[in-house]
Design a protein around this ligand. Sequence first.
Ligand code: PBG
Length: 331
Amino acid sequence: MESFPSIRMRRNRNNDWSRRLVAENRLSADDFIWPVFVREQPGEEEIVSLPGQLRVGLDRLIEHVGQAVELGIPAVALFPVIDPEKKDADGSEATNPDNLICRAARELKRAFPELGLIGDVALDPYTTHGQDGILRNGYVVNDESVSRLSEQAIILAEAGFDVVAPSDMMDGRIGAIRSALEEKELVNTRILSYAVKYASGFYGPFRQALGNVLSGDKKSYQMDSANSDEALREVALDLNEGADMVMVKPGLPYLDVIHRVKSEFKVPTFAYQVSGEYSMLMAAIQNGWLDANVVIEESLMSFKRAGCDGILTYFALDMARRLRDGESQNI
Ligand code: PBG
């Protein structure tokens, strides 16, 4: 048995050099995926619910995303802010090959061929009701939604997205998307499945960023926060159907789930530190109640400790800059 005083845990903590030497986890720019909001109008505006994050027009997109490229961030996840007059009940704009997100992808691929582009597969930016699929008599129908989502995945891949990321939580969509991609010979398009996505209150600021007005809730398809065995079944199914990477979302309130998923499957596992997690920290930072120099890194490190290979985070640029400038608490 280890015992005091032959063991003093504080010895290794005594100096910066020994803390660095025994650190079990390390953050780097390679760990981050930055979510980026694109809008139809030129120019840019700050998103009130996500302080420091912008909605940018296509005229500003290259410069905006260029910041991530310069910092060595491997990939960005694009989200479209769709004009209300382009939304309808079935989200038809989602499968228009010349829609905003496809135009954005084409421009980014041209400017940054080496940057990973991740496109969200779901109808909510395009539907008047804000649901991720097709609504029939107040219910989001599964199979019909899956065929629309497969179509959407194909136009995203054809526009240049390297990764399609279904965030809709319909059953069977990974398999359907995988066979649609194979059929089009898009054999290297990766699927990052939002395999474990909870019906969470932490998406509020994101929905505001997109101008989504959600009627009802998403509990008939997103998971119940009470469950984690169910998360393992979701991941097993998505891997079987052809997912290359899986995601748990939100992040901080579900670190236990991330840990279970990584321990069980040992596959590329991501977490989405969602909008509400970011806004919570930013609100406290802006009030002077929390210190940005400490809590941003501490929150991101928790994902590494839990077993994540990467993190979708609105702090991506900020943290990558801190790491580059040697301001990390861990350096
Ligand atoms: C929609 C989608 C959501 C997020 C990513 N894709 C919201 C939702 O399911 O209502 C949330 C991201 C965030 O909160 O940062 N398919």
